[in-house]
Every structure is written in C-alpha cells, then in structure tokens.
Ligand binder design. Structure first.
Ligand code: ZN
Length: 232
C-alpha cells in the first residue's frame, strides 16, 4: 500500500493543537478522507462487513498514516482525535445511540488505537496523552494490521495518477483551499475507474456527505465555523 513519504524512526514530541487553523485543516482532511472511504466503497463496489461508517473512519485513519510524514501525521491524528472529543463535549449526555455513526467518544478511541497501532513504539506518547486504556492498547497493533490488510489492497488497486477526482468548488475560503489542494494531491496518488466529483458548498448545516447518485463528495462550508467552535 501507499507508504508514508518519510518515516522518522525517532521518538516524536507530541505536538498539541496550538493553532485553530491547524485544527480546522486536520479535521477537514480527516472528514474528507472519511467521505473518500464512502466513495471508494461505492465506486469499487467493496464489500463491507459491519457499519460502513466505521469502515470510512478506518480508511481515513489509514490515509492520514500513509500520506504524511510522521510529525505531520501525528499532529493531524491529535487534532482529529480532539475533533471527536469536541463533538462529544458539544453533544453532552445527548448521545445518539441510534445513529449510523458510532458515538463520538468511541470514534475517538478507535482513531487513537488504530493510529498508534501502526507504530506502537514511535507513538507511545500519544497513548499516554490521549489516555488510551491499557485494556484497549493490547489489540491496537492487530487492529491496525487487519485494517491495513483490508484497505491496503484497495489503495494498491487505485494507485496511480490522473485527473479522476474533479474539484468543482471555489478556491477562496480556507475550506475551499484545503479541499482543492487535497484533491490535486490525491490525483497524484490515486486513479479511480470513474470520475469522483468533490465540492465545497453551503448546505445549511455543518456536515459532509457522499452522494451515491452523483458520485460526489460535498464538504459543507458551514463545517469550518463549527470546527472553530469545538476547537480545543
Ligand atoms: Zn460517513
């Protein structure tokens, strides 16, 4: 599968979200990769055993791990984890157990476990900082291996470059800049058998979704403001 560009084997000092723009960017990337997971499941007709939302979360974490240099990947993972924490705090005790997404705190622990599972030694600081309980730590390496052997061949299959991911949004807001640049970067790494459209637009809510009929990912422009509200 796609491998990180340059892995630093040395221990990393955990960069904590110092800047709200970094938090916004990291969470937009994490959300965009989650939607890309949905798109790949649809376009490549992938079997999904379990909740598709969980599979999309797993794809997002694997891509963060694979695409970025260690320090930046760790920083994105921290911010994405803080994003789930922020959502959990905002929801308070009002947990939507019926929702297709897992509860935010569970998504938080899944993210931390899978991400550290990719390299338990180098990322041990994160286990402490983000308080991953020992009971869960035991299975993280195996969880990562299973995730990687599930999504890895999929990423291999679409490895290549081209213009199959087409950005149709604007380029002025921070969200638009981040997503349009990310689409360009993805086109350097992936070639899909079908055109996937990606846009940023007003939706009337802070959301992001993949539209099966249109083969299109929409990142709502309202998301940025919401992320600023829940930023640590
Ligand atoms: Zn989803």
């Amino acid at each position: 599968m796609l491998k990180g560009i340059a892995f630093c084997a040395s221990m990393i000092a955990a960069p904590v979200a110092a800047d709200t723009d970094d938090f916004v960017e990291a969470n937009l990337l994490s959300i965009f990769y989650h939607e890309l997971g949905h798109a790949l499941i649809d376009i490549l007709k992938l079997p999904v055993f379990g909740q598709e939302e969980d599979a999309a979360d797993v794809a997002s974490i694997l891509l963060i791990d694979a695409f970025f240099e260690e320090e930046y990947a760790v920083s994105i993972a921290y911010d994405a984890a803080f994003g789930f924490l922020g959502e959990a705090h905002a929801a308070g005790s009002d947990i939507a157990w019926w929702d297709v997404h897992g509860p935010d705190l569970q998504r938080y622990y899944n993210l931390v476990c899978l991400f550290v599972g990719a390299d338990m030694d180098a990322r041990s600081d994160m286990i402490e900082d983000l308080e991953l309980p020992e009971e869960r730590q035991d299975s993280c390496e195996e969880e990562f291996d299973l995730a990687n052997s599930s999504w890895g061949p999929v990423f291999d299959e679409i490895e290549g470059s081209g213009t199959s991911i087409r950005y149709t949004g604007g380029t002025s807001s921070l969200t638009e800049q981040i997503i349009s640049e990310e689409v360009a970067a993805l086109n350097q790494n992936f070639r899909l058998p079908q055109t996937l459209k990606v846009t940023v637009e007003d939706c009337g809510e802070a959301n992001a979704y993949y539209d099966l009929e249109r083969t299109e990912i929409t990142i709502c422009s309202e998301f940025e403001g919401w992320l600023r509200e829940i930023a640590p």
